[in-house]
Structures are given as structure tokens and as C-alpha cells.
Design a binder for this molecule. Structure first.
Ligand code: DGY
Length: 326
């Protein structure tokens, strides 16, 4: 019998075409465009050699047990891999890959920049105002926003995405940028695009603060009540990384009290739940985990996941193998 690859959701076609073209394997795709129910997932992984899950599938010991010893590889369709128990995978010698890359980083950076301007110019709120028929004539004090040019942007985490935001905001708008990371970023420092600060320093200084860290034990609730208190009353917080990086309850409280000016949020602590209290707020722009959702990028992710599987089947180290992190 040929090795079977199980794909847990219909993904853009380029990667599927690559896999299907390979006559060594059988490609089995969960045929519905919705999250596969857990029981179905556990049933369908049985006997698979590789699985291509999406970030909503929990890939843990229970799933590895259900798959059985045939399972050799998990090719996660996402840059993040917090849905995969890496320790358990390593224990069983199962290779895990993700789909990083410049194209994906640029798409998420674009979404972040869209948040910055949407918040500054109150785009969602003013769009709603106009649609609701509330515009009865121009007024000098009507729906005032704030300029981005002349402000300070704070970036927390300067991997490819954070770096992309830094470059574009510096080159395009000349904003002053401060950043914090566990490691100093040589590229942006050498090019003098941004100034390194402590996390506290960034929180106290910046007018727009954007998070670009992976979800790790050390970044869970990186931003909580204490950190939100350090931010300026006029500052905005943006999160396109992972929901649990922010203590969501503390954020909602800070927004309700107008302790900060607003937030642009793409990811949530308990997805797909977006708390009603957050949805009711005027001073937020919220998107449903779509920061990487462009046709181009989702095709790249599809190709990358497939290429990782094919490299593995060729006996090579897949280009995007991930290691256990702390
Ligand atoms: C990722 O890749 O981790 C994003 O959250 C979805 O594209």
C-alpha cells in the first residue's frame, strides 16, 4: 500500500497539485471546508504517514496514538505551530514543519499597517457612521482621528513580520520606531531604522504598539493589566501574532476604561470565540485571524507545506523543520 498523506481541510490548490502529482503517495483530503471534528480527525489519521493539519487542529499525544506508528511527519499549514506538541512529536521521532517565508511575513505586515491606519483614521467607525445615514454635513470637530506621521511606532518581536512592519513604516512614512526583542536585531540597527528599548520602555514611549512574537510559555500574557497601565492613554495596541500573548480580559477592561485609545486585534485568546465585550467596543478594529489571508500567501503556504512533505519522502531534511522552543 502507498503511504497516505492526510490533509485535514481543503487548502488552496497549488500544494495539493504537487502532492497529487507524486505517484508514490495517496492524498486523502477532508472533503469539507470547515474545521474537522475531533472524532473524525482521530479516525482519519489512522495509518497515515504524514498529515497536513491547519492551526485549529490540536496535534498532541492523543492524535499521535490514534495515528499509530506509521505517522512520521506533521506538515503544519501555518507559520505558528503552537497547536503542535513538539515535545511529544520529538519523543516519537515525528518531524514537524511549518510554512514561514518572506511572502507570508509581508502579508501579515501589510495587515498590521492596515490596522495602524484604520485605528488612526477611525475607518471602521466612520464607515459605519456613513452607512447608518448619520452624516448630515461636514463639521470641523466631527469624528476626529489622529495622524500616524510624526508618531512613534513600537514593535515587540522583530522576526520577519516585525521587521517588515519596521521597514515599510520607516521608508514609507518616516515614523520613529522603537523595538523590543529577546535578541537585538542587527539588520534594523545597522540600517538605523529603529531603536532598541526594554519592553517597559516601548510600552511607555510608543503611540502604536504592535506584537510580533510567537506563542511560547515565556510570551503567554506578555501584555497584561500591568503592561497596559504603562501605555499612553492615547496609544493603540495591535496584535496579529497569537491571542494568548495578550491577557484578553485585561485588554477589554483597559479599552472599556479608555485607559488606552484603542486596539487592532486579529487573534483571540480562545479562538474562534471573540468576546462580546470586545465586539461591542467602538475603539477597536477586529478581524477574524485573517492577517495572512490573501490568495497569493495562502497558495505559498500550500506549496510550502507540500514541499516539506515531498522533501521528507525523498529522505531529505524538510526545509522548514521546527525545533522544540522554550
Ligand atoms: C500563521 O501562519 O501562523 C497564521 O496565524 C495564519 O496564517
Amino acid at each position: 500500500m502507498k503511504p497516505r498523506i492526510f490533509v485535514t481541510r481543503i487548502i488552496p490548490d497549488e500544494g495539493l497539485k504537487l502532492l497529487r502529482r507524486d505517484k508514490r503517495v495517496t492524498v486523502d483530503v477532508y472533503e469539507h471546508d470547515k474545521i474537522i471534528p475531533r472524532t473524525e480527525l482521530l479516525r482519519r489519521v489512522k495509518g497515515a504517514t504524514a498529515i497536513l493539519p491547519i492551526l485549529t487542529d490540536k496535534i498532541d499525544a492523543q492524535l499521535f496514538d490514534a495515528a499509530g506508528p506509521s505517522l512520521r511527519m506533521v506538515a503544519n499549514y501555518a507559520v505558528g505551530f503552537d497547536n503542535v506538541d513538539l515535545t511529544e512529536a520529538a519523543k516519537r521521532g515525528i518531524v514537524v514543519t511549518n510554512t514561514p517565508g518572506l511572502e507570508i511575513a509581508e502579508t501579515v505586515a501589510e495587515h498590521t499597517i492596515a490596522f495602524i491606519f484604520a485605528l488612526a483614521h477611525r475607518l471602521v467607525e466612520t464607515d459605519q457612521f456613513a452607512r447608518d445615514g448619520k452624516y448630515h454635513g461636514w463639521g470641523p470637530q466631527m469624528l476626529l482621528g489622529t495622524d500616524v506621521i510624526g508618531k512613534t511606532l513600537g514593535i515587540i518581536g522583530t522576526g520577519k513580520i516585525g521587521e517588515g512592519v519596521v521597514k515599510r513604516m520607516y521608508e514609507g512614512f518616516g515614523v520613529k520606531i522603537v523595538y523590543n526583542d529577546v535578541r537585538r536585531n542587527e539588520t534594523i540597527e545597522k540600517e538605523e531604522l529603529a531603536t532598541f528599548m526594554t519592553l517597559e520602555g516601548v510600552l511607555k514611549t510608543a503611540d502604536f504598539i504592535s506584537l510580533h512574537v510567537p506563542l511560547l510559555p515565556s510570551t503567554r500574557h506578555l501584555i497584561g493589566a500591568k503592561q497596559l497601565k504603562l501605555m499612553k492613554k492615547t496609544a493603540f495596541l495591535i496584535n496579529t501574532s497569537r491571542g494568548p500573548v495578550i491577557d484578553e480580559k485585561a485588554l477589554i477592561a483597559a479599552l472599556q476604561k479608555k485607559q488606552i485609545a484603542g486596539a487592532g486585534i486579529d487573534v483571540y485568546e480562545h479562538e474562534p470565540d471573540i468576546p462580546l465585550a470586545l465586539r461591542k467596543l467602538q475603539n477597536v478594529v477586529i478581524t477574524p485571524h485573517t492577517a495572512s489571508a490573501t490568495i497569493e500567501t495562502r497558495q505559498v503556504m500550500s506549496r510550502r507545506a507540500a514541499e516539506n512533505i515531498l522533501a521528507f519522502l525523498d529522505g531529505k531534511t524538510p526545509p522548514n523543520a521546527v525545533k522544540t522552543q522554550k
